[in-house]
Design a binder for this molecule. Structure first.
Ligand SMILES: [Zn+2]
Length: 151
């Protein structure tokens, strides 16, 4: 699934073809499939969380946050988070996309630093590691229970 495939086809301006909007939906940041799968796995482990939220004082949203335990979880899509293994620039506006990829990588590193500076634990998994999702959910659960404040 790449933007290039769509962008190559000239479309009338202002109109979005069915194929194109499907791909744009597939590239949105929310509700990507591995993210949904992870939510299910977390829920099955008895975890409760907020989705696509920012803890107070932090301007970067995480995909799942476990506020009492201060655990932030990110499921990084290969395209938007510019994974080194799979990211390729779309055919048009390559310079724009390269800069965007670099900015997004920097943004992720800044987000990690901000969360950690405020006492949060950051756990990330790549979209391409979806085969590891179960194991990752176990790691998340362990971290959340271990960091739960005493009542
Ligand atoms: Zn990847």
């Amino acid at each position: 699934m790449s933007v290039s495939r769509v962008r190559r086809k000239p479309q009338s301006r202002g109109k979005v073809s069915k194929g194109r909007s499907a791909i744009m939906r597939a590239n949105t940041r929310r509700d990507t499939k591995p993210e949904l799968a992870l939510r299910k796995l977390a829920h099955a482990r008895g975890l409760r969380y907020r989705v696509d939220s920012k803890p107070s004082g932090i301007r970067y949203a995480a995909d799942l946050i476990f506020t009492p335990s201060r655990v932030a979880v990110f499921v990084d899509g290969c395209f938007w988070h510019a994974c080194k293994e799979h990211w390729t620039a779309p055919k048009t506006r390559q310079r724009y996309w390269r800069e965007k990829a670099r900015d997004n990588r920097l943004r992720d590193r800044r987000a990690n630093a901000v969360y950690r500076a405020r006492g949060w634990m950051v756990l990330r998994i790549w979209e391409h590691d979806r085969a590891e999702l179960e194991k990752f959910a176990d790691r998340v659960a362990k971290a959340v229970w271990r960091r739960m404040p005493p009542r």
